[in-house]
Design a protein around this ligand. Structure first.
Ligand code: FMN
Length: 202
C-alpha cells in the first residue's frame, strides 16, 4: 500500500475524470474539514468554499472556466474564496475561545486591536486573503489525494463572471477552482527543477 507521502509525491493534475462517479457528502465533508484545519494569520480563517456539486451549477460554471471539461466530468469543484474582511471573524473565533476558557477577554481585546489596525490597510487585507486561503486549497488537494481521488487546481476562469453567476459578496476574492473526482485517465507526469536550483542554504 502506497504511503501518504508517496501518494502526495505522485500526485498529478487530473484532467480526465470518470463522470459516473459521485463523491459521498460525508467524504467531501471529511476533505473540507481537513481544509478548514489549515493555519491562518491570527487564526482568522480567511476562506469560504463553494461546493459545486449539482449538474445545473456545473453547467453554469463550465463556460466561466473556459469550457474546461473537467468541471462537468469531475464529481465536485470547490471554489476557494479568500476573505478580505477576515477581521470581522475575530468576534466569532475569539469569542468562542474566551467562552471555552482557552484565552482571556484581555487577550481577545488585544488581538482585536492588532487586527483592526492592520486591516486599515486595503493592500494587507487583499494579500492576507490570498495568502491565507491558499493553505486550505492545498489541504483539499492533499486530503483528496490521500483518499485516492484525483484533483486539479484551476486558475483559468473569469473572475467577474464567477462573482456574478454565483453572487459572490465583494468581501471575497476568488482564488482558484479545485476539481475532485475519480481519475479515468492517468495524467502526464510533470518535472520539477532540482532542489539545487530552488533552495539556497544559509
Ligand atoms: C494556481 C494554479 C492554476 C492552474 N490552472 C489550471 C487550469 O486552468 N487548467 C488546468 O488544466 N490546469 C491548471 N493547473 C494545473 C497545472 O497545470 C499543474 O499543476 C502543473 O502543470 C504541474 O503539474 P502537476 O500538478 O501534474 O504536477 C493549475 C495549477 C495551479 C497551482
Amino acid at each position: 500500500m502506497e504511503t501518504e507521502l508517496q501518494a502526495l509525491l505522485n500526485r498529478s493534475a487530473v484532467k480526465v475524470y470518470d463522470s459516473t462517479y459521485k463523491i459521498e457528502k460525508s467524504e467531501l465533508e471529511e476533505i473540507l474539514t481537513f481544509a478548514n484545519r489549515a493555519p491562518s494569520a491570527w487564526n482568522l480563517q480567511h476562506w469560504h468554499f463553494l461546493a459545486i456539486t449539482s449538474d445545473e451549477a456545473k453547467e453554469k460554471l463550465l463556460p466561466i472556466a473556459y469550457n474546461q471539461k473537467q468541471i462537468t466530468e469531475s464529481s465536485v469543484t470547490i471554489v476557494v474564496l479568500g476573505d478580505k474582511q477576515a477581521n470581522l471573524n475575530v468576534e466569532t473565533i475569539y469569542g468562542s475561545a474566551v467562552e471555552n476558557g482557552e484565552i482571556t477577554e484581555d487577550i481577545k481585546n488585544m488581538v482585536q486591536k492588532q487586527v483592526e489596525a492592520v486591516y486599515q490597510n486595503q493592500n494587507y487585507a487583499y494579500e492576507a486573503a490570498v495568502m491565507n486561503a491558499t493553505f486550505p486549497a492545498m489541504q483539499i488537494m492533499n486530503a483528496a489525494t490521500i483518499k485516492g481521488l484525483g484533483t486539479c487546481a484551476i486558475g483559468g476562469f473569469n473572475r467577474t463572471q464567477l462573482e456574478e453567476a454565483f453572487q459572490i459578496d465583494e468581501r471575497f476574492v476568488p482564488l482558484m477552482l479545485i476539481t475532485i473526482g475519480k481519475t479515468l485517465k492517468d495524467p502526464r507526469t510533470s518535472t520539477r527543477r532540482p532542489l539545487s536550483e530552488v533552495v539556497t542554504y544559509h
